[in-house]
Design a protein around this ligand. Sequence first.
Ligand code: ATP
Ligand code: MG
Ligand code: FE
Length: 344
Amino acid sequence: PLVLGIETSCDETGVGIVRGQTLLADAVASSVDEHARFGGVVPEVASRAHLEAMVPTIERACETAGIRLDDVDAISVTSGPGLVGALLVGVAAAKSLALGLGKPLYAVNHLAAHVAVDQLEHGPLPEPCLAMLVSGGHSSLLLVEDVTGEIDPLGSTIDDAAGEAFDKVARLLGLPFPGGPHIDRAARSGSSVAIDFPRGLTTRRDLERHRFDFSFSGLKTAVARWVEARERSGEPVPVEDVAASFQEAVCDVLVRKALDAAGDRGVEHLLIGGGVAANSRLRAMAEERAAAKGIRVRVPRPGLCTDNGAMVAALGSEMVSRGRAPSGLDVPADSSLPVTVVQQ
Ligand code: ATP
Ligand code: MG
Ligand code: FE
């Protein structure tokens, strides 16, 4: 099927077009620069930017794919979770298209779309698989039995998301927002063993209750204390070493818990998605440690890891292929849609 997918859950206006699981277009307009001076995404600003970018982004995607809107077989859209005002713009646009073109609408879960996108690059999803989603808003371990219908959450962060930790630590180090890519770059010339930062929820006691959960706020505080102590003593802050040691602590916990979960559930494939999956150290560490356990790792290319429309189109296409019934045209946006609800 030829499917057009719309993503507006946060600050990216994404419109993707796929035929089956072949990517034809992935147009993204981001309002990230408008949020940079606030150090985080401002919901009202994001909603207005989506409104302005929606039609041009749809046009750009159709042009790139070389299709006319009439050609599409279905429209899919992220209906949650995310910022409610931002979601509403995408959902309204998708409903209008579905109604106007007389095509079925699939309102889908953003997290499931982050998993489904990998098919565009690496072929059919191995199911069941263990998915680790790490972004600015989420850090979760999911057992994916069927990406169009059965996803079980095994654990998630109990405080900050992994991407949020990258962004906050970057700010502390005077690096621009969003901080992930800047930490990644700075870490390349630093030492990952220079500072021994804490690994959240890994003591034996913590593991009893939180085996597959994450915690990053203690790590962020530890970095803040370390940097403050340095500044007080008048010594320069070794930004590269702090970045590398912090990044190592985050990746160590993520990979350790993901592989533990995969082993526990007896699945042979680990899929990593979300913006933080673009991290070079995370990718390398996951590959290395998974190989030792006979687990295969799949990570989409960085451009498909951050929010985009292609992932929504990929999931919509899979919905159509597997014969799922379309969503009603009265489907609401749900800012806290649970991952167990793959389609609304
Ligand atoms: P959501 O959580 O709803 O998916 P989001 O906009 O936060 O929304 P993404 O666009 O998937 O999610 O990811 C953005 C996050 O990924 C930011 O926190 C950013 O710092 C982080 N990130 C991007 N590239 C890297 C990288 N190379 N290393 C570490 N973190 C990164
Ligand atoms: Mg984003
Ligand atoms: Fe996302």
